[in-house]
Write a protein that binds this ligand. Structure first.
Ligand SMILES: *Cc1c(COP(=O)(O)O)cnc(C)c1O
Length: 236
């Protein structure tokens, strides 16, 4: 009897991933890309989302993402959304489809080097520090402006900066979150006015997570990264 009960609970949990996914997809405007953030979740959960039509997944650890890439269908697009150590770049370079959250020129150079080895051009987003918390990673806006003008950046032919990514402060204060999203949107629009180069073409503004994606969409998001609202709370 007790086995039976566990099975039933599993079934209930499994069907809810596709339900959650469908609800979120229905609520998103058509031009918004949904990244299903599957960090810490088992392959079977990703497969359920996959079977419900989801093809873009976000992970924050290179090793975990690589393992899942090996096990899952090859038409999945993998986004690295976390902080990446330079010595790990080589493992994801063969397959990663977007590196969100690049926050140093050093990392950009390493991605470029490993992309070249794989004969690829790897799309990247620069992470902008918009939150009040010091702990969150990212560039200051002035740093980005400076870096994009350096010869070093211009010489990186195997990366392409296609947008910006930001994380708002973890707070219930909607006005604060909105202010932070407006700040990155304004910067995004300003940067877009600059001349495009071979490795710079801003199209993606990746803002919004489970708790704040609706606010992000109101403030110019083109890509949302949603985890717990699809897969449930994470147990670390
Ligand atoms: C974990 C994570 C998310 C998803 O967070 P949820 O609140 O579960 O939606 C989005 N972006 C980044 C960078 C993350 O690390």
């Amino acid at each position: 009897m007790s086995f039976r009960k566990i099975d039933d609970e599993k079934d209930i949990q499994m069907s809810s991933i596709s339900d959650n996914l469908q609800k979120i997809k229905d609520s998103l405007p058509e031009n918004i890309t949904l990244v299903a953030v599957s960090k810490t979740k088992p392959v079977k959960d990703l497969l359920e989302a996959y079977n419900a039509g989801q093809r873009i997944f976000g992970e924050n650890k290179v090793q975990e993402m690589t393992k899942k890439w090996e096990q899952l269908p090859k038409d999945i697009q993998w986004h690295m959304i976390g902080h990446v150590q330079t010595n790990k770049v080589k493992y994801m370079a063969p397959f990663v489809s977007l590196v969100q959250g690049v926050e140093s020129l050093k990392l950009l150079k390493e991605i470029n080097k490993q992309a070249a080895k794989n004969d690829r051009i790897i799309p990247c987003l620069l992470q902008i520090h918009i939150a009040k918390e010091e702990t969150k990673f990212g560039f200051d806006t002035e740093e980005v402006t400076t870096i994009l003008e350096t010869d070093t950046f211009k010489s990186l032919q195997n990366i392409k900066v296609v947008g910006l990514m930001g994380m708002a402060t973890f707070t219930q204060d909607k006005n604060q979150i909105e202010k932070e999203f407006q700040q990155i949107k304004t910067f995004f629009d300003t940067l877009k006015l600059k001349q495009e180069t071979q490795n710079l073409k801003l199209e993606i503004l990746s803002i919004g997570m489970s708790g704040d994606y609706k606010i992000a969409i109101k403030n110019g998001s083109t890509m949302v990264r949603v985890g717990s609202a699809i897969f449930g709370e994470r147990n670390y």
